[in-house]
Design a protein around this ligand. Structure first.
Ligand code: PEP
Length: 256
């Protein structure tokens, strides 16, 4: 059932980064060659305030640039929000939707996440749809049931491997230094793969499945070596160019 998939290393800067941080982005953009990017795609999602300047900085680099969230509507009276159209207008090509911090801080439901993913698709963006269980849900043996429910409600019908990436991010692993056992990640990703194939058919076989949660330069190689892990979504360790580039190197070393 495993298909050849180009892995993706995605950095999520969250609410970090000012104009001073552009030196880190420049260093990453300059480190990645077009030949490398054919093997492993690299993406940075800076805060919205840096989106346009980042895409300008990356225009000669294969480093892709995206946003961390979008509104579900194209425009209108939604103070403080940004639309998928606006991200595309800034030359962003990706948007993260349904990150657990948005689900928690803004009470975002899976239905809203699906509407955001649909808005992303309509603007020709690739949506990175995040799913993952809390610690209590894992301890109660509900991980797979939670993932199933989140995928069912968050992933639009008609999603393709080009316009959608799924990120498995156990909530308890984000920013904590705690990482699931490889067998636990393998189990979750194997479930996601088969569930997506059931829902979407052939496209589910080639949709990228990222792991996210306390990934860093020391564990990146092991994480991307797990079956059905097609890359990483990285928070804290994506902020420093040296760490992001080391993780990118670890992804490149994976056998083709
Ligand atoms: C994230 O926020 O998506 C994430 C995985 O964070 P961290 O790598 O810091 O755990």
């Amino acid at each position: 059932m495993t298909e050849k998939i180009r892995p993706l290393l995605a950095g999520n800067w969250k609410m970090n980064g000012t104009r001073d941080s552009l030196t880190e982005i420049k260093a990453i953009a300059e480190a990645i060659t077009p030949a490398q990017a054919l093997k492993v795609e690299a993406l940075l999602c800076p805060p919205a305030t840096l989106l346009y300047v980042t895409t300008a900085l990356c225009q000669d680099s294969p480093l892709a640039v995206g946003a961390q969230d979008c509104h579900q509507h194209r425009s209108g009276a939604h103070t403080g929000d940004i639309s998928a159209e606006m991200i595309a207008d800034c030359f962003g090509t990706y948007v993260i939707v349904g990150h657990s911090e948005r689900r928690r801080d803004h009470a975002e439901t899976s239905e809203l996440v699906r509407a955001k993913a649909e808005a992303a698709h309509a603007a020709d963006l690739t949506a990175i749809i995040c799913v993952g269980e809390t610690l209590a849900e894992r301890q109660q043996g509900q991980t797979i049931a939670v993932l199933q429910k989140q995928i069912e409600a968050s992933v639009p019908q008609g999603s393709t491997a080009q316009n959608t990436v799924i990120a498995y991010e156990p909530v308890w692993a984000i920013g904590t230094g705690m990482v699931p056992q490889p067998s636990e990640i393998a189990e979750a990703h194997s479930f996601l793969r088969s569930d997506l194939v059931t829902r979407l058919g052939r496209t589910g076989k080639s949709m990228r499945l990222l792991y996210g949660g306390s990934a860093n330069p020391s564990n990146a190689a092991a994480l991307v070596g797990i079956e059905n892990v097609n890359g990483l979504l990285v928070g804290g360790a994506s902020l420093k160019a040296v760490d992001f580039i080391a993780m990118y190197g670890a992804c490149l070393k994976q056998p083709a």
